[in-house]
Design a protein. Structure first.
Length: 113
């Protein structure tokens, strides 16, 4: 990571709520990365996926975006996955509460950049 980006993150995370908002989006962006990588590996265009799913290219573009107003159903995600030759897996994973020790380490890592 460049030093300019590190400085920017330090400054941004110093603002109230920014770090929490950033971390809240982490899982969503990780999922979108999986979605986009799966389509890239399948070699299909959005239009081709749309035809297989039975929808429009613009609907697939919305599904693949980070648009906050769009929240596809599990059934839609299953059809999308199947069109790419994948299956959708939804899991609940117990969250680990940060201990004082790990919270302190994370804070020091942020300050160090």
């Amino acid at each position: 990571m460049s030093s300019a980006l590190q400085r920017f993150k330090r400054q941004a995370f110093a603002r109230p709520g920014v770090k929490a908002a950033y971390e809240a989006l982490d899982e969503e962006f990780a999922f979108l990365d999986q979605v986009l990588n799966a389509r890239a590996k399948s070699g299909l265009t959005q239009a081709q996926v749309a035809k297989r799913v039975g929808t429009t290219q613009s609907a697939i573009a919305r599904l693949e975006s980070a648009a906050p107003k769009h929240s596809p159903s599990i059934a839609t995600l299953q059809r999308y996955a199947k069109a790419l030759g994948y299956r959708l897996e939804v899991r609940l994973v117990k969250q680990r509460r940060p201990t004082r020790r790990t919270a302190g380490r994370a804070a020091r890592a942020l300050r160090a950049g």
